[in-house]
Design a protein around this ligand. Structure first.
Ligand code: ATP
Ligand code: MG
Ligand code: MG
Length: 545
């Protein structure tokens, strides 16, 4: 789609706000406490905080709690946690509900100024009239009569429930967002903060500009699907003589094969298609962080996206690739081998052959190019293991490189006659051999205590995931149920070097030749038989995600 910002969606674009004065900028994020934050919200959060810092201003988080049918206190807590997971911290936190008294007063003021009226037109009819540019039968209701209806609405009596308050903006403006939008409606469900004090609530269209202005917000950032409503936002402030606010809008974020709607995500949780809101397959902040997405990558990516006006349906590859560039220089390297078909290797001879049955521990850099990452202890022994997938390719007398050790020449290959699988190898070390001349650099492991026993290595489960849905871009009337990917979780048993037992949950590492992983369940010495669980972090190259 067209980029209205003129293709400036790149890092060379100087991000900035119009009319911004250093020290005076106030931005805000207005999340509705109706679910967990997702990667789309992350864009809004990152941009708001970025501009506040850039201009030495203030960044506010305001819970937009004007609809008791959808909102819960638990979501306020989870949103604060989600923001922390994004490295985002508000300078102050508030609630639209803090302003219910003032908002009611402002609504009264609107009615008195002839800028709003009470209406009891049925919802369907109201929608049709708005489409066709027809005035409501109540449009000329007097201020006094409207105020009486507004008072009735406050009680949520059967009569009050029939009414709402509408701004007297326009009947037939070409911009339908200006056709007398509703500014107050009745809802008699208890509110999680104000209890049963209120039985009517301001709409977002009314509350947002008013509270932005009251809280000193100078720049209101919002997604550009609200652009039609920008004149409406300014109209409310004009009607009430309130301080003006600059609206700065940006393109809504979307990703292929991904649902970004709290309502639809909730369905996945409730149906048990995912393990929870923090499922690694989920585009929630918790989900992507759990899968190994870093705060640095999210921030970099969102700032690159910053000024783009395009409604972007992005590939996940681009953000995972940004992430890979963040983690690659610092992720410690370890070794894991698939358990299935694991092949024991005996060092038969050669210079440097470890003494039989002995384990030698040597310090090896955890990262070949970054000494700051430190060292790890690698076990050397005359009995080691390699993966079946590697062993199956070895030829008699082939010289291969055992990574972090040296070259070895394959002398004996035993195979299971039925399956053809390699069951054992014998090699001679050739440590002075040139590793640049070998075609195969393979990973290998020895156990720290009993090198010939694979149980002496750290038991792991490697997890990988696929998209939850099979369709790249979901249409509004698509049935999610019919588009579910049949299998989305893939588990592989593996053994890893003993250093992996000391990695904490959340550690990001690279298993050599396998990819980047994040520890999802750390080793627990009280349950030594439980596998350490590690999730593959997409690196933006693989075909899946
Ligand atoms: P959802 O539809 O998932 O419930 P929402 O838009 O109702 O999302 P809010 O809590 O009202 O969620 O949004 C808080 C902020 O996040 C708003 O400024 C909104 O514009 C922004 N936002 C929400 N979704 C996206 C998205 N996909 N891309 C960019 N910004 C978004
Ligand atoms: Mg919303
Ligand atoms: Mg929404």
């Amino acid at each position: 789609e067209d980029d209205a910002a003129g293709g400036k969606a790149n890092s060379t674009f100087e991000l900035g706000l119009p009319n911004a004065i250093k020290g005076h900028v106030v931005t805000r994020l207005p999340p509705e406490p109706s679910g967990y934050l997702h990667i789309g919200h992350a864009k809004a959060a990152v941009l708001n905080q970025y501009f506040a810092r850039m201009y030495d201003g203030k960044f506010l988080v305001r819970f937009d709690d004007t609809n008791p049918s959808k909102e819960k206190a638990e979501f306020e807590q989870s949103i604060i946690e989600d923001l922390a997971l994004l490295g985002i911290k508000a300078d102050a936190t508030s609630y639209t509900s803090d302003y219910f008294d003032q908002l009611q007063q402002y609504c009264v003021e609107m009615i008195k100024r002839g800028k709003a009226y009470a209406d009891d037109t049925e919802q369907e009819t109201m929608r049709a009239q708005r489409m066709d540019g027809i005035a409501s039968a109540r449009r000329d209701l007097s201020a006094d009569e409207s105020l009486a209806r507004f008072a009735e609405m406050a009680t949520a009596s059967p009569e009050g429930k029939r009414w709402c308050i509408r701004a007297r903006m326009s009947v037939d403006d070409p911009n339908k967002a200006l056709r007398d939008p509703v500014i107050y409606r009745v809802n008699d469900l208890p509110h999680h903060r104000t209890g049963s004090k209120w039985k009517m609530y301001p709409t977002y269209d009314f509350a947002c500009p008013v509270v932005d202005s009251l809280e000193g917000v100078t720049h209101a950032l919002r997604t550009n699907e609200y652009r039609d409503r920008n004149p409406q936002y300014q109209w409310m402030l004009d009607a009430l003589g309130l301080r003006k606010v600059d609206v700065w809008d940006f393109g809504r974020l979307a990703f292929v094969y991904t649902l970004l709607s709290k309502r639809k995500l909730k369905w996945f949780v409730e149906q048990g298609h995912v393990s929870g809101w923090d499922d690694p397959r989920f585009p929630t902040v918790r989900g992507i962080r759990r899968r190994g997405m870093t705060v640095e990558a999210i921030t970099q990516f969102m700032l690159q996206q910053g000024p783009s006006q395009a409604f972007l349906n992005l590939e996940w590859d681009s953000i995972w690739n940004t992430n890979k560039r963040v983690i690659d220089p610092v992720a410690p390297r370890h070794v894991a081998l698939a358990t299935e078909g694991l092949v024991p290797v005996t060092v038969l001879g050669g210079e440097g052959k470890p003494a039989p049955g002995q384990v030698e521990l040597k310090d090896v850099p955890r990262h070949k190019k970054n000494p700051d990452v430190g060292t790890k202890k690698t076990c050397y022994a005359d009995k080691v293991f390699v993966e079946q997938a590697d062993a199956a390719t070895f030829a008699q007398d082939e010289e291969v490189t055992l990574m972090d050790w040296g070259n070895a020449i394959v002398r004996t290959i035993e195979r299971d006659p039925a399956s053809g699988l390699v069951t054992a190898l014998g090699v001679d070390l050739n440590l002075s051999g040139d590793f640049k001349k070998t075609k195969k650099k393979v990973t290998w492991l020895a156990g720290p205590k009993a090198p010939s026993d694979a149980r002496d290595l750290v038991k792991c489960t490697l997890l990988d995931y696929d998209y939850l849905i099979t369709k790249k871009k979901l249409e509004e009337d698509d049935s999610v149920e019919a588009l579910l990917t049949p299998q989305t979780e893939f588990r592989t048993s593996a053994v890893a070097d003993h250093n992996v037992a000391s990695l904490a949950k959340g550690s990001i590492i690279q298993f050599e030749r396998k990819g980047f992983y994040i520890v999802d369940r750390a080793f627990d010495s009280s349950k030594p038989d439980e596998a350490v669980e590690l999730i593959l972090i997409p690196d933006g190259k693989a075909s899946s995600i």
